[in-house]
Design a protein around this ligand. Structure first.
Ligand SMILES: NC(=O)c1ccc[n+]([C@@H]2O[C@H](COP(=O)([O-])OP(=O)(O)OC[C@H]3O[C@@H](n4cnc5c(N)ncnc54)[C@H](O)[C@@H]3O)[C@@H](O)[C@H]2O)c1
Length: 374
């Protein structure tokens, strides 16, 4: 993916002043063993190398094998991180990576999707040995949803719900980078296209608004009545996916839920429809149904054509997070805010984790606000 990895990394560092500042203000992290389960792309490297430079021991796993950039993992391994992650690793290897990370004995976790915390608590319920985790950070809505109903054995600080995360990254960056990736991947634009956005959380709101800005006719499908009403107040036609699927030119899932686009929807879609996902889980679209029932070809990289009932459905990036799998994701300047808040969050769990109660808490404003100043 990277033509000149070192040059791109230097460019990323240059455009991440808040991250540099947050790392410079961190305490000595000697003795901290941080297991990071995250997207492992170039934009993460300035933070991870910075943590290593402060003396932190790091074990890297991924929250999504389709977004791993192997160059990044190799670079961070050279800098001293341990890792068990590579692009398109099998589910068996992926699952084993969580066991390896926990067997390494982390003191702290930094997660996107709560995989390590889920495995930790499965091990607790099976009576298996577990490390003593002081505290954890969780960055995603999907991870927070997984933690619902769990009684965590350690404090977990949620920073997905911070206005500075969901209001900037989720709301403004995902839609922009998803459509930018759509243009680059398909060499098409959204003009004259009916785009149905499924899910009207902050991510769906940005995906819908960006699609309109790029010339699409946008409709929203949302199962939560309050969010559906919000979409109406924002001016979108709110549709039932079953009714809208046969007429859509592009369908984008942004829910974090499973089987949102089912076999029933796929069977009624029009010839030439594009289906993509920007939510956390690759199973928002019933890709396995397509794989079982349709003939497959790949006319362009990341564009998978499935012939179903005589019609062609173009599935983008195999249903995994499109903007990160086939594209670059957030801009560097926007991700600088995200990384700086993450660095502050890590500083917080290291200094305050031992004094915090078990359970899920919102990362306090005092922990992250200074990250915004330049
Ligand atoms: N691609 C990226 O770079 C990126 C970045 C940030 C977040 N995410 C992911 O995007 C997803 C959405 O994030 P969010 O912050 O908007 O979450 P959210 O939970 O606030 O919103 C999701 C919305 O989807 C709706 N929904 C769920 N199932 C549905 C269904 N079957 N039909 C219609 N609507 C349905 C929910 O009611 C909710 O309003 C999450 O999985 C998150 O982890 C992706």
């Amino acid at each position: 993916m990277y033509q000149d990895f070192q040059a791109e990394l230097a460019w990323a560092r240059l455009h991440m002043p808040r991250t540099r500042q947050a790392i410079a203000q961190m305490p000595d992290l000697t003795g901290i063993k941080l297991a990071c389960n995250m997207h492992l792309d170039l934009k993460m490297a300035p933070l991870v190398e910075g943590l290593l430079s402060r003396g932190c021991d790091i074990f890297l796993t991924t929250c999504n094998p389709t977004t791993v950039q192997d160059d990044v993992v190799s670079y961070l391994a050279e800098k001293g991180a341990q890792s068990h992650a590579w692009r398109d690793m099998t589910n068996t290897d992926w699952s084993a990576s969580f066991d390896e990370a926990l067997a390494w004995g982390p003191t702290h976790l930094c997660e996107m999707g709560a995989d390590l915390t889920t495995r930790f608590h499965e091990n607790v319920s099976k009576g298996r040995s577990i490390p003593r985790i002081v505290a954890s950070l969780e960055a995603t809505g999907s991870g927070i949803n997984r933690l619902n109903g769990m009684s965590p054995e350690y404090p977990i600080f949620n920073w997905d719900d911070l206005p500075v995360k969901e209001g900037l990254h989720n709301r403004h960056m995902v839609g922009l980078s998803a459509w930018q990736t759509f243009f680059q991947t398909t060499h098409l634009t959204l003009h004259e296209k009916v785009v149905v956005v499924i899910g009207y959380g902050l991510v769906g709101q940005g995906v819908a608004a960006s699609a309109k800005a790029f010339g699409a006719q946008v409709q929203v499908a949302e199962r939560d009545p309050a969010r559906a009403l919000q979409a109406k107040y924002d001016g979108w036609p709110v549709v039932d996916l079953g009714d809208a699927a046969p007429y859509a030119d592009v369908i984008a899932t942004a829910t974090g839920a499973y089987s949102v686009v089912s076999d029933k929807h796929l069977n009624t879609m029009k010839d030439g429809v594009f289906v993509l996902n920007v939510g956390h889980v690759a199973q928002e679209i019933d890709v396995s149904y397509l794989k079982q029932h349709a003939q497959h070809s790949e006319p362009m990289p990341y564009v998978n054509a499935y012939k179903l009932n005589g019609k062609t459905i173009y599935l983008l990036a195999d249903g995994s997070m499109f903007n990160l799998t086939a594209g670059y994701g957030d801009s560097l300047n926007a991700f600088d805010v995200t990384l700086a808040v993450m660095a502050k969050g890590i500083g917080y769990i290291v200094s305050e984790g031992d004094h915090s109660k078990k359970g899920v808490h919102l990362l306090p404003e005092s922990a992250w606000k200074a990250a915004l100043a330049l």
